[in-house]
Design a binder for this molecule. Structure first.
Ligand code: GDP
Ligand code: MN
Length: 408
C-alpha cells in the first residue's frame, strides 16, 4: 500500500524527521486558508500516488494566499499519469541550497534492507541510476542489529555531505530506519532531503510503501489507504483476492498458483515473448474471480494476447471456463487467447470453450509458443503505459512508474 506524501511526512514528523509546516486541503479555498495561516511563500503539491509530479506540473510555488488559491484550483483539476488530483498539500516554501536522495528499501538479492543515498536528489532515482550510477551509495542493514551509527556516517561521507550536517543526518537516518522497521514498510523514501539556505536539513518529499501482508498489525496505517488514488486494477485485484503485478510485456498471463505463474512467464520469455503481468488466480477460483482477472488483464492496453494456463486441482477447469466465457461476454476482447486446461473437469472446460474461438494447447510449451506467435501476427508496436501528454514539451520521457518495483 502506497502512502501519500502528506501521510508519509506525518509519520516522518512523529519520528522526529524535520518537515516543512503545512497541511492538506481538498478545495482551493482551504488551500488559501492554509496559505494565510502559514504566511509568506507556499508550495502547492498535488497528492497523487505517483512520482514525478514536479515534472508533470503538479507542484507550484505561490507568493501569496490569492495565488495559492489560483494554483490550487488549477492543480485540483489536473490528472497526473491518469490519476485525478483530489487533494493538495500546502507547505511553507523552502529555500533550497541542495537536494539529497535518501531511502530504505528491500534488497531482495541480498535479503536485507538497504539504505540508499545520493547527492543527486530531487530527480527520480531510476534516472540517477541510468545516468550517474556512481552517485548512488548503498549500505545494507542487518535487520537484527539495526542501523549502526558508523553506517550513517559512512553514507554521509560518501555523498560528500558537509560535516556540519552529519549529526543531524545520523538522527534522520536512525529515524528513517525506525520508521521502516516499525511500520513494516518496503519503501521509506525522502526525495529530496534538502539543505536549506538556513543550513537546516528538511524532508521536502515523502513516499512510503507498506507491505500489504503486514497491514493486519497496523490498523492505523490500513485506514490511510486511498482507494480513489490506487490504480483501479490493483483495487479490483485485492477485492477478489488475486495476486496481480503489472509488467511491461504484451502477453497477458492468467495462471493458478504462484509457482505455475512464474513458470509460465519464464516459458513465455524462453520462446521470445514478454509477459504483461504476473497473475495468480489462486486455488479454487470461482468464475466471478476468473472474470475479474480477465478484466484486469484486458485493462492493460499493451496486452496483445492472453495465455491461460490452468492446472485444475482444487480449481475446477469448467468453473474457469465459465469465468472466461462470462468475462468475454462482458469485455468482448478482440485479441487472441491461448488456453491450456488440464486436470479436474478439463474435458468439460474445453467443451465449454470450444465455440469461443480460443486457441487450445496441450502442453505449456505449446501454449507459450502459440501465444508468442499470436502476438507476432498482430501489430506489435507497444503503446506507452503512461500518458505522456502531462509531461511538458522538452522534458525527458517520463518513466513507467511500475519500473520502480525493480528497485526493491
Ligand atoms: P515529485 O516531483 O513528485 O518527486 O515531488 P517533490 O515533492 O519531490 O518536488 C519536486 C521538486 O520540486 C523538488 O525536488 C524541488 O526541487 C521542488 N520543490 C518542492 N518543494 C519545494 C519548496 O518548498 N521550495 C522550492 N524552492 N522548491 C520545491
Ligand atoms: Mn520527490
Amino acid at each position: 500500500m502506497k502512502l501519500h506524501e502528506y501521510q508519509s511526512k506525518l509519520i516522518f514528523a512523529k519520528y522526529g524527521i524535520p518537515i516543512p509546516k503545512g497541511r492538506v486541503a481538498a478545495t482551493a479555498q482551504e488551500a488559501r486558508h492554509i496559505a494565510e495561516e502559514l504566511g509568506g511563500r507556499v508550495v502547492i503539491k498535488s497528492q497523487v500516488l505517483v512520482g514525478g509530479r514536479g515534472k508533470a506540473g503538479g507542484i507550484k510555488l505561490a507568493k501569496n494566499p490569492e495565488e495559492a488559491e489560483q494554483l490550487a484550483t488549477q492543480i485540483l483539476e489536473m490528472e497526473i499519469k491518469s490519476l485525478p488530483v483530489r487533494k493538495v498539500l500546502v507547505d511553507e516554501a523552502a529555500a533550497i541550497e541542495s537536494e539529497i536522495y535518501f531511502s530504505i528499501t528491500n534488497d531482495r538479492a541480498k535479503k536485507k534492507p538497504v539504505m540508499i543515498a545520493s547527492s543527486a536528489g530531487g530527480i527520480e532515482i531510476e534516472e540517477v541510476a541510468a545516468q550517474t550510477p556512481e552517485k548512488i551509495i548503498q549500505i545494507h542493514i542487518d535487520p537484527l542489529l539495526g542501523l549502526r551509527d558508523y553506517q550513517a556516517r559512512d553514507l554521509a561521507a560518501s555523498i560528500d555531505l558537509p560535516r556540519d550536517h552529519w549529526k543531524e543526518f545520523g538522527r534522520i537516518a536512525q529515524a528513517l530506519w525506525q520508521i521502516y522497521h516499525e511500520t513494516d514498510a518496503t519503501l521509506a523514501e525522502i526525495n529530496p532531503l534538502v539543505i536549506t539556505k538556513e543550513k537546516k536539513l528538511l524532508a521536502l518529499d515523502g513516499k512510503m510503501i507498506i507491505d500489504d501482508n503486514a497491514l493486519f498489525r497496523h490498523p492505523d496505517l490500513a485506514e490511510m489507504r486511498d482507494l480513489d488514488e490506487e490504480a483501479p486494477e490493483e483495487t479490483t485485484a485485492r477485492k477478489y483476492g488475486l495476486s496481480y503485478i503489472k509488467l511491461d510485456g504484451n502477453i497477458g498471463c492468467m495462471v493458478n498458483g504462484a509457482g505455475l505463474a512464474m513458470t509460465s512467464m519464464d516459458i513465455v520469455k524462453l520462446f521470445g515473448g514478454e509477459p504483461a503481468n504476473f497473475l495468480d488466480i489462486g486455488g479454487g477460483a470461482s468464475h466471478e474471480k476468473v472474470a475479474a482477472a480477465m478484466r484486469i488483464i484486458l485493462s492493460d492496453p499493451n496486452v496483445r494476447a492472453i495465455l491461460l494456463n490452468i492446472f485444475g486441482g482444487i480449481t475446477r477447469c469448467d468453473e474457469v471456463a465459465r469465468g472466461i466465457l462470462a468475462a468475454m461476454d462482458e469485455v468482448k476482447p478482440k485479441i487472441p487467447m491461448v488456453v491450456r486446461l488440464v486436470g479436474t473437469n478439463a474435458e468439460e472446460g474445453r467443451k465449454l470453450l470450444a465455440d469461443a474461438k480460443m486457441i487450445t494447447a496441450e502442453t505449456l510449451a505449446d501454449a507459450a509458443k502459440k501465444a508468442v506467435a499470436a502476438v507476432g501476427k498482430t501489430a506489435s508496436t507497444r503503446i506507452p503505459v503512461m500518458q505522456e501528454s502531462v509531461v511538458p514539451v522538452g522534458a525527458p520521457p517520463a518513466k513507467n512508474h511500475q519500473k520502480n518495483r525493480s528497485v526493491r
